[in-house]
Design a protein around this ligand. Structure first.
Ligand SMILES: [Zn+2]
Length: 295
């Protein structure tokens, strides 16, 4: 491998992100498809140097994935986790990428083990069962998490941020499911982790549509870290839900690149997170960070 120089690598970005600080972080990315691969790539480019990447066992890059995935023909047929790991190492060879093949909805023991090593979790899975399983585990383990999805046809998408003690994914999803504004688009949404799966009715989203939402996802995560480390430019995100329109699609998106940030409240009757509050979780969040620095 060609010699690389970390200082030179981050020369043009270190005034903004200070990669050294972000080395304390270990994101867990669940799903190495179109969304997860891009989020992982952006995190590495931001200076994250430890990543845990998980996908279903034997999840491989197929030919029809290529047009909407950062990987290409060179990796056709390979396990997505292995190929994405190599891609990340090609961007920063000093990065440590741990890969696992498991179903988060089924293999709870390993899933929880991985979560306990992580300082944030990115849900880039392709089904609600896994999404709700991840939600339960991140709430229980007080790990900040980010969920994202692309709407039918790629007209836009959403990013949900769940902080320890705050409203969880189930709280946000139940509010959105009751909102008449989402009557069509959200009902038919698919997760951007693997829009090519056969069970999805729509395969109309373009690569640019999926990438745009993945970038919003990565930006929300990065901004959360910049806030945490009080970096300049890390303006507080006022809300936990970002709705982003790639294209005009009335009534949801009145214009292209339409963006809204909402603060969705905790549902009093939430089966997952009611009874927990931010104060209870703060000390445990500190513990997570403390253990994360001892490697
Ligand atoms: Zn909840």
């Amino acid at each position: 491998m060609r010699q690389h120089n970390q200082e030179e690598l981050f020369k043009r970005t270190c005034d903004i992100i200070r990669p050294g600080l972000l080395q304390r972080e270990t994101p867990l990315i669940v799903g190495a498809g179109s969304g997860g691969a891009r989020v992982a790539e952006e995190l590495v480019r931001s200076g994250i140097s430890h990543i845990i990447l998980a996908d279903l066992p034997d999840e491989r890059l197929l030919e029809h994935n290529i047009i909407r995935h950062p990987l290409g023909y060179r990796d056709l047929g390979r396990l997505k986790t292995e190929a994405v790991r190599d891609r990340l190492l090609d961007i920063n060879p000093a990065c440590q990428v741990e890969i696992h093949g498991l179903d988060f909805a089924e293999d709870r023991e390993l899933a929880e083990h991985l979560l306990r090593k992580a300082t944030q979790c990115h849900s880039c899975v392709d089904n609600d069962k896994a999404r709700y399983a991840i939600n339960e585990m991140i709430v229980e383990n007080h790990v900040p998490a980010f969920f994202a999805g692309v709407f039918d046809g790629g007209v836009g998408g959403e990013v949900i941020r769940v902080m320890p003690g705050g409203p969880c994914y189930a709280c946000v999803a139940s509010m959105l499911n009751r909102s008449p504004r989402f009557e069509q688009d959200r009902d038919e949404s698919f997760d951007y982790s693997d829009p090519d799966q056969d069970q999805y009715r729509s395969t109309a989203a373009l690569n640019i549509d999926i990438s745009q939402i993945a970038l919003v996802h990565a930006r929300v995560a990065l901004n959360t870290l910049m806030e945490k480390y009080e970096l300049e430019g890390g303006s507080p995100m006022e809300g936990n839900y970002v709705l982003f329109g790639n294209r005009q699609s009335a009534p949801l998106f009145p214009s292209m690149l339409h963006c809204e940030t909402w603060q969705v409240q905790k549902a009093d009757d939430c089966m997952v997170c009611s009874g927990l509050n931010e104060a209870d979780c703060a000390s445990q969040a500190d513990e997570i960070m403390a253990s994360a620095t001892v490697r």
